[in-house]
Design a protein around this ligand. Structure first.
Ligand SMILES: CC(C)(COP(=O)(O)OP(=O)(O)OC[C@H]1O[C@@H](n2cnc3c(N)ncnc32)[C@H](O)[C@@H]1OP(=O)(O)O)[C@@H](O)C(=O)NCCC(=O)NCCS
Length: 207
């Protein structure tokens, strides 16, 4: 099937568990060192994180359906405004301590705080773009990215920005092919050592 035949739509609250599952699966390399032996809790924490992101405002999620309306093949979050940080940060901390205990929650918060990002009112920010492994290389990420850009345009944004890790060559190729160019790089010894992520590239596209 061609990517155009799959439905892209706005996510509703009922999609939060499926989005969380896609994110945990797609970013397993990043989450394993964060959660350690409590990896079984990652889904619960991520589900809470996604629902908090939606509840605290600023982020809209888009999904692409798989072979049926109840199956999600991929998802992306688009930030067009700053979130209510008090709701987001407090809720996430509560979920992390409840699921991982205090010490591991401190550790997780430190690692999950990368990459550093500060919002810009003329720019939309694309985050957690992910396609389920069995649906990859069919143009679905390209479609979701294009829908995210439409959403940004509708919100009056002039540019779209996103982070990608320097070792994520597939995603880098996708973004470059879609017109994103590198504007800056962050390096972190911490994520280099513990997540095998030496650099985070910030890419931007003019709309
Ligand atoms: C990166 C990711 C979103 C790509 O999803 P996808 O649906 O397979 O991507 P598409 O089919 O739309 O690919 C479009 C183009 O991107 C490039 N591309 C995508 N994945 C690639 C890969 N693994 N290797 C090389 N190029 C790749 C190709 O140029 C491709 O065009 P082509 O298939 O005609 O050659 C997916 O692999 C994924 O979910 N990875 C895990 C999570 C992740 O890394 N997300 C990105 C965070 S920044």
């Amino acid at each position: 099937m061609e990517a155009e035949q799959f439905t892209v739509r706005f996510a509703g609250p009922e999609d939060d568990p499926a989005i969380a599952a896609l994110v945990v699966e797609g970013f397993m390399d990043k989450f394993r060192p964060v959660f350690g032996r409590r990896m079984d809790r990652s889904l619960r924490v991520m589900e809470k994180w996604i629902s908090l992101e939606h509840a605290s405002g600023g982020v809209t999620s888009l999904v692409v359906e798989g072979y049926s309306t109840s199956e999600l093949a991929g998802s992306v979050g688009v930030r067009t405004e700053a979130s209510r940080e008090d709701i987001l940060a407090r809720g996430l901390w509560t979920s992390l301590t409840r699921n991982l205990g205090f010490a591991r929650a401190v550790w997780a918060t430190t690692l999950l705080s990368y990459p550093r990002y500060s919002s810009d009112s003329s720019e939309a920010y694309v985050e957690r773009l992910v396609i389920s492994p069995s649906f990859r290389r069919q143009g679905m990420a390209r479609r979701l990215l294009s829908a995210a850009e439409d959403l940004a345009r509708d919100a009056g944004k002039k540019t779209v920005g996103l982070h990608v890790t320097g070792n994520n060559l597939g995603a880098l190729r996708l973004y470059e092919a879609e017109g994103y160019v590198e504007v800056s790089r962050q390096r972190s010894l911490l994520t280099s050592y513990f997540l095998d992520i030496r650099e985070w590239l910030y890419l931007r596209k003019e709309l």
